[in-house]
Design a protein around this ligand. Structure first.
Ligand code: FA5
Length: 329
């Protein structure tokens, strides 16, 4: 056994001496120092060795291993870059880096930003209001009396007797008029909440854009031309606007706003929201003189706008955080 060890040492030393390029050195490493190398298999001699030889053989194997490893290290160093490459990949710090995967703005946020810009160009400032509202702003000042079905607890997310999650952005009309004297020209964009059953076009949380314009001698013509300008800017020059008579407690007269648009070659009328001339009772509630001031207001569902703009078939896709959907925008 000890003779075999001596032979292995001679053989390995000769192999190491002869390895004078990176490839040969790597071959030496695999043949002698590797996990399936000769040194590893020589360790199995120990179990067959005479008991009196065992300590010497074990010690000899360890010494040989250290010697070969040290010889290998030294040679590797002297062979420089080439042998380092053979020993494994090196990092080239001069290579251009891998671009990190960038996040992007959510499609609803993109639509919100664009709406702010379109109405901004028409002179509308943006205003904000709280999502947690009191009955005064969500109902009373908007001319929605106690007995009105819209105040039914089953149709609202009440937090206590007097507070609820706002059901519409019309609350911001009140908050702005309370604080500002006319003329007023604002849009407000944000979340609203209704206990509606979820389906392809309804969600219990969705977004609205509210518009309010108050000045002297504002008429339905101003309302319709503002909505038409928005439709052209957002859906293209071919878009048309239709107002259908309707009812909202805070506008008189009131209308549903439909837009005629062509999506993927198909032309259709699509309902986007409600609008009308601000009811004199609302002006009185905020301390504006209804004899002097006139105004219009509108409220559109932002998801509805985005779905029509991009041909999105299901409102729930906005909220599921599925990157396969979100990365398309
Ligand atoms: C209103 O909310 C009125 N505040 C609009 C208004 C403002 C009228 C100012 C007059 C003056 P309505 O409940 O119809 O109206 O909702 C407006 C739009 O919100 C709808 O046309 C629709 O686009 C969207 N919407 C309503 N409910 C949901 C829902 N559950 N999920 C998604 N979008 C909805």
């Amino acid at each position: 056994m000890l003779a075999q060890l001596e032979q292995l040492e001679q053989e390995a030393t000769a192999a190491l001496d002869g390895a004078d390029d990176a490839q040969a050195l790597e071959q030496f490493r695999i043949a002698y120092l590797g996990t399936k190398g000769k040194l590893k298999s020589a360790m199995s001699w120990l179990k067959d060795a005479n008991p009196q030889d065992k300590p010497k053989l074990g010690q000899g194997l360890n010494v040989l291993k250290s010697k070969l490893q040290a010889g290998f290290d030294e040679k590797q160093k002297s062979l420089g870059g080439a042998s380092r490459q053979a020993a494994g990949p090196i990092i080239d710090v001069t290579e251009p880096g891998l671009p990190p995967r960038m996040g992007r703005t959510h499609v609803l946020r993109q639509v919100i930003d664009e709406l702010i810009e379109v109405f901004g160009r028409m002179g509308f400032d943006t205003a904000e209001g709280p999502e947690l509202e009191d009955e005064q702003h969500n109902f009373i000042d908007l001319n929605i009396p106690e007995e009105h079905p819209a105040r039914d607890p089953l149709d609202n997310f009440y937090l206590d007797d007097k507070h609820l999650l706002r059901t519409q952005t019309s609350t911001v009309q009140i908050r702005v008029m309370e604080k500002t004297q006319p003329p007023v020209r604002i849009v407000s964009l944000g979340r609203v909440y209704r206990p509606d059953t979820h389906d392809a076009t309804h969600s219990s949380m969705f977004h609205q854009i509210e518009g309010l314009y108050v000045d002297e001698r504002v008429t339905m013509v101003d309302l319709k031309s503002t909505l038409l300008q928005f439709a052209h800017a957002f859906f293209g020059e071919d878009a048309e606007v239709r107002l259908r008579p309707s009812y909202f407690p805070f506008t008189e007269p009131s209308a549903e706003m439909d837009i005629k648009m062509t999506v993927r070659g198909k032309t259709e009328w699509v309902e986007l929201g409600g609008c009308g001339m601000v009811d004199p009772n609302v002006f009185e509630a905020v301390g504006y003189d209804p004899e002097k001031w006139t105004g219009f207001a509108f409220g559109l569902g932002i998801e509805r706008v985005a779905m029509k703009r991009y041909g999105i078939g299901d409102i729930r896709w906005f909220y599921e955080n599925d990157l396969r959907f979100l990365r398309q925008f």
